[in-house]
Design a protein around this ligand. Structure first.
Ligand code: CA
Length: 677
């Protein structure tokens, strides 16, 4: 009984304190440095709300003693045309309402914390910014819509397993003179249709559509720091993993970086151009760190709040870029969610790829999934299930690859299959399955079943994972190359310099034949289908265009390779057996053969899997440099529909004696002959 009384007393006290907290909007219970005590502002009107009659500014700065808003005519330079004190308002916010039509005016905030005036900054929610992202701008978003925008729709998508990703950097696709585009390197350049190279082959967006891609994945297009937008006549390059203004777009992709509405409108043109081709658009988002630490806009408004720190109180650095954000903190979590909702609604973005997702906490990622589901459950979410350094938040709480089963409807990249196919990402001379390293068959199989629990996998033999990590096949992104590290073609040049170009092309085609026939979601690095090279530069994040650009003459030179990639995609799209939708379906229909020769990976998909018109399918990969014998199951005669050269739905060749001599360095797909008749 005593204990019960005590419980009531504590409950009553808690109630009393929470009531006083609610009533006390000046947040007197906040303990500076104890971030859990900082008030949470739940309103959606941070930081600028425009109407013709008045503009309202509200910043969240709970530790500030004073706050000032300055108005400017220009996005850079010049003196303020007005300076206004903001008033302390509810939940740690500061408020100012200015009458009149402020459209086109630029503004900054500045707060006093402790005995220090922090830097002027455009806030952290700015949706429109001037050149170099220094000042925010009052815009009327409704006026940034291009013609036809109201009718713009996401292209249909039945299933995440139907996705074929293509990762590109906006500038790379059109900056080369060979692209034939007018607006080279810009959002508008990539939106141009009808462009060709000198031989008349389609380039840019038409090329991507011709290949059969369903989703383009754009490297950072939000506003980043390290391209000087005032000097666009000087050659500059950066991938953009140095975020400055998360909710504003990068100015160097716009035809006019000084006019904040231009980049908004032109990016919408780009999204609409892809949608008109039936292609969805994914943004690479980098909420895990900011380009600057102490000087970042986050930190200039609420020092330390948005970041994790190490035991010494310094910025912790699991991003490898000098700091890491704290998604588990309420206002950072809300920030990410609101930013993503903004892109999904204002820009009709169809998916998000989270850079170093392993830095974010699992709870936040699941909340993001739930919020995206409210907008459209076909919005695709995936990320890198790792970090780039030690993190103060325990592994068990983070969206690491090993924790993917705790993530709802969110996928992770498979470094298992990536490095199994081509060799280790950083040990550059190490070979992989296609280039001659033995013993990787089980790791390749693990990729084929999209890292799900499967009866035939001997997990102890898999390179990086000792157990399945994906609950469902759509939680795995299978790939062999991306913007990081060597291109696939360069990697093969490093690992296999003594091999002929013809053999390296075979290895290259085999590598992505594995990816494009595997279960899960396949991912291609732009240009891989025309043997993209970066001249041996493995980290080209700030290399010049001459290294990063796609040279469209490669398409003429390697048109056979292009046609093979196109055929693999056509095969995948025509046959749902390669896009099974559940782990259960995979265990029922997909079976591995374990008694093949070294260098052979073989499996069957039986029983018209996932509604496929093909009843029985055999897939055989031969990584040997010699033709290798494979005994075919005796129940049927078999027809080859794909070999190392081509894909023919009606069959290339029929085998009646049950013996396949798999060609060197090639993929072969056979179908029971009845199914192709
Ligand atoms: Ca920028």
């Amino acid at each position: 009984m005593k204990n019960l009384k005590l419980t009531f007393l504590i409950l009553a006290l808690n109630l009393f304190f929470s009531c006083t907290h609610e009533q006390n909007q000046n947040d007197s219970q906040m303990i500076e440095g104890d971030f859990s005590t900082y008030p949470v502002y739940e309103g959606k009107d941070l930081e600028m709300t425009y109407t013709k009659e008045a503009t309202t500014f509200r910043i969240w700065a709970p530790t500030a003693k004073a706050a000032v808003l300055r108005l400017y005519d220009e996005g850079i330079g010049g003196k303020p045309i007005a300076e206004h004190k903001m008033k302390k308002d509810k939940k740690g916010t500061w408020l100012l309402k200015l009458d009149g039509d402020l459209k086109g005016k630029f503004y900054t905030f500045q707060v006093e914390v402790g005995d220090r005036w922090m830097d002027q900054n455009p806030g952290v929610y700015a949706k429109a910014v001037g050149v170099n992202g220094l000042r925010a701008c009052v815009v009327n978003l409704a006026e940034t819509n291009p013609q036809g925008w109201e009718a713009d729709k996401r292209p249909p998508l039945a299933n995440f397993n139907d996705i074929i990703l293509y990762e590109l950097q906006v500038r790379d696709l059109t900056i080369s003179p060979t692209s034939g585009a007018k607006n080279k390197g810009k959002f508008l350049g990539l939106a141009e249709t009808g462009t060709t190279n000198s031989a008349g082959y389609a380039t840019g967006i038409d090329h991507i559509a011709e290949l059969g891609i369903t989703h383009v994945h754009l490297l950072p297009v939000f506003d980043y720091l390290r391209v000087d937008e005032t000097k666009l006549d000087t050659p500059q390059y950066n991938w953009g993993y140095d975020p400055l203004n998360y909710n504003a777009l990068e100015g160097s992709f716009a035809t006019d970086p000084y006019n904040p509405a231009v980049r908004i409108k032109e990016f919408k043109e780009l999204v609409m151009a892809f949608h008109n081709k039936g292609i969805r658009v994914v943004m690479d988002v980098v909420y895990n760190h900011t380009s600057q630490s102490f000087k970042s806009y986050f930190n200039q408004l609420v020092p330390d709040y948005y970041y994790r720190h190490d035991a010494e109180g310094e910025f912790s650095n699991s991003s490898g870029c000098g700091n890491e954000t704290a998604s588990e903190r309420e206002m950072m979590r809300r920030y990410m969610i609101e930013s993503l909702i903004y892109y999904a609604t204002e820009y009709h973005i169809d998916g998000f790829r989270f850079d170093l997702m392993g830095i974010h906490d699992i709870q936040t990622m699941n909340m993001i999934r739930a919020e995206m589901d409210k907008i459209d459950p076909t919005i695709f979410l995936y990320g890198e299930g790792w970090a780039a350094g030690a993190c103060p938040l325990p592994d068990s709480l983070r969206a690491l690859k090993a924790n993917t089963m705790q993530l709802n409807g969110i996928a992770a990249f498979s470094d298992d299959i990536r490095d199994a196919i081509k060799g280790h990402w950083s040990d550059e001379k190490e070979r992989g399955y296609v280039s001659g390293k033995p013993g990787l068959e089980e790791s390749v199989k693990f990729g084929i079943i999209a890292s799900t629990p499967h009866k035939d996998i001997r997990f102890s033999m898999v390179n990086y994972s000792d157990t399945a990590w994906a609950k469902e096949p759509s939680q795995t992104i299978n790939y062999v190359s991306c913007h990081d590290n060597h291109t696939l073609w360069d990697k093969l040049s490093v690992t296999n310099p003594e091999d002929s170009e013809a053999d390296r092309i075979k290895m290259h085609k085999l590598a992505n034949a594995i990816v494009l026939t595997s279960q899960g979601v396949p991912f291609l690095h732009a240009g891989v289908e025309i043997l993209r090279t970066k001249q041996g530069v493995h980290n080209s994040f700030e290399s010049p265009d001459s290294i990063n650009q796609i040279n469209w003459d490669w398409k003429t030179k390697y048109i056979d390779v292009f046609n093979y990639y196109k055929a693999l995609i056509a095969l995948r799209k025509a046959h749902p057996a390669f896009r099974m939708t559940s782990t259960e379906m995979l265990n029922t229909h997909l079976h591995f053969s374990h008694d093949e020769s070294a260098g052979i990976v073989a499996y069957s998909i039986n029983g018209n899997a996932n509604g496929d018109k093909w009843k029985d399918i055999l897939v055989v990969f031969n990584a040997n440099r010699t033709a290798t014998h494979v005994t075919l199951p005796p129940e049927s005669t078999w027809t080859i529909v794909l070999n190392g050269e081509k894909y023919l739905e009606t069959g290339i060749e029929t085998i009646t004696n049950g013996n396949l001599m798999a060609a060197p360095l090639s993929a072969t797909i056979l179908v029971d002959t009845q199914s192709v008749k």
